[in-house]
Design a protein around this ligand. Structure first.
Ligand code: GLU
Ligand code: ZN
Length: 469
């Protein structure tokens, strides 16, 4: 049997990290088995579903690199098919019309509660005889088997048994004809030949109902894997108050997608002590039975640690691709200055996010707008002028503009004056970058080029002179 998995989001918000992890596990499982990954948009709730949210989900998946092989299929395009199946279930005696009014249902539940029973639909319309009551549009209910049990061999949770007498006759089509979630999922999983349903364990209670409907249709139920939810650092369900939960917000905050992917895969899945997994390794090593049975906590520090790792170890071209999004926010076009790959090489060790890296690299591409006040106060003195001017002249006289001679000019200027290197290096940093942080001076100046370097030193010299005049 070929493996076919699906991700089936309801487009009522952005793609959050919980959904992204479900998508990742489904994607990995399909890739691992050379199978097919299907994207299905469960947009039957027309009031809460929005195009904006569909776009956000597609964008999030694209950014994460979770490409799907089929879809997106939209449930709102499949109403005819659902109606056909509802009719088939009615014709075959697996479903029936229920004309109970709200008042009647309330009364029924009240009576059950009074007897100390769990309130549930008692199936009274199964046996309703005579002509249909007039003026009441009926709902359609599925005739759940009254006896026996549904046994699920869940690939994550193990065996789960539901007794049929605990399940009541669920509504599969509302009185306006709109099919309900359990019906549409069943029809879609069947039509789309889904072999493995991988989803959050908040759906576990739906699973026996879905299996019963599949059986009534004569369909073979797929395998199920219910993955535990993701918790926040305090052990409660992950929500906005734990920080970002939208996948795309992590993009804005300067994360590489593989950092998020790596953290997500490690939430609830492990392979020995290994922390870092390339996509290829994940595909090779991932398996559903190895997914942890209990909930895992999202850890922002861990994510940052992964991000640093990938900033340092990914190919520069890859980092450049993602950095460009952040440069754009500063109106920086990296083709207008030093080779961005070399800038990344000089910056990758010292930045935790792409936001930092972009902020701290703007000076390579744009005239600096001013000097950092604290740095000015700390590092610029009247006696900065002489060594800085001398260094400028040495740079001006260099035969070749390379890191080594630049480094030598810096060191010799300081040594000749018995100056601590920082006393010269920090003013140079302020001159070229506006502040006290930059990659090593020699690389920084080399990347900036001689002309820009000299002009910026001249500008700082004038500034110091004016300040202490
Ligand atoms: N649309 C459902 C949700 O977003 C998922 C349904 C499923 O995976 O079976 O929660
Ligand atoms: Zn009824």
């Amino acid at each position: 049997m070929s493996v076919r998995t699906r991700f089936a989001p309801s487009p009522t918000g952005y793609l959050h990290v919980g959904g992204a992890r479900t998508a990742l596990f489904s994607w990995l499982y399909a890739r691992k088995h050379g199978g097919t990954f299907v994207l299905r948009v469960e947009d039957t709730d027309r009031e809460r579903s929005t195009q904006e949210s569909i776009n956000a989900i597609l964008e999030g998946m694209a950014w994460l690199g979770l490409e799907y092989d089929e879809g997106p299929f939209y449930q709102t395009h499949r109403f005819e098919r659902y109606q056909e199946i509802v009719q088939q279930l009615l014709d075959d005696g697996h479903a029936y019309h229920c004309y109970c009014s709200k008042a009647e249902l309330d009364e029924m539940r009240e009576a059950q509660r009074a007897k100390g029973e769990k309130p549930r639909y008692d199936g009274r319309c199964r046996h309703r005889t005579g002509p249909a009551p007039e003026g009441i549009p009926p709902v359609v209910r599925f005739k759940n088997p009254g006896e026996g049990a549904v046994v699920i061999e869940d690939m994550v949770k193990g065996r789960i048994v539901f007794n049929n007498n605990e399940l009541d006759d669920l509504i599969i089509a509302r009185s306006d004809g709109v099919p309900t979630y359990n019906l549409t999922v069943v029809v879609d999983d069947w039509d789309m030949k889904i072999s493995h349903v991988i989803r959050g364990d908040d759906h576990i209670n739906n699973t026996p109902r879905q299996i019963n409907i599949l059986k009534a249709l004569g369909a073979e139920p797929p395998s199920y894997a219910h993955v535990p939810m993701i918790l926040g650092s305090d052990g409660s369900r992950l929500s906005k108050r734990h920080g970002a939960v939208s996948v795309m917000q992590y993009r804005e905050e300067g994360y590489l997608p593989e950092a998020l992917i790596n953290h997500l895969v490690r939430l609830g899945w492990s392979h020995g002590d290994q922390e870092i997994f390339s996509l290829d390794e994940m595909i090779e090593l991932f398996d559903l039975p190895a997914v942890n049975n209990s909930a895992a906590s999202f850890n922002a520090e861990k994510l940052l640690w992964f991000n640093q790792h990938y900033l340092q170890h990914s190919p520069e071209e890859h980092v450049a691709h993602h950095l460009s999004h952040h440069f754009a926010k500063h109106d920086v076009d990296p083709s207008t200055g030093p080779d961005v790959l070399k800038v990344i090489e000089s910056q990758r060790e010292r930045n935790k996010t792409l936001v930092e890296m972009a902020e701290r690299s703007v000076f390579f591409y744009r005239e600096i707008e001013g000097y950092d006040e604290k740095a000015v106060k700390k590092h610029l003195k009247p006696d900065t002028i002489e060594p800085l001017s001398a260094f400028r002249e040495k740079l001006n006289a260099l035969d070749s503009w390379e890191q080594e001679p630049i480094h030598h000019a810096l060191v010799s200027t300081a040594e000749e004056r018995e100056l601590n290197l920082g006393k010269l290096a920090q003013p140079v940093r302020i001159a070229v970058s506006g502040g006290p942080v930059s990659p090593p001076i020699d690389v920084t100046l080399w990347l900036l080029g001689r002309e820009t370097t000299l002009a910026r030193i001249d500008r700082l010299l004038a500034y110091i002179k004016a300040k202490f005049a």
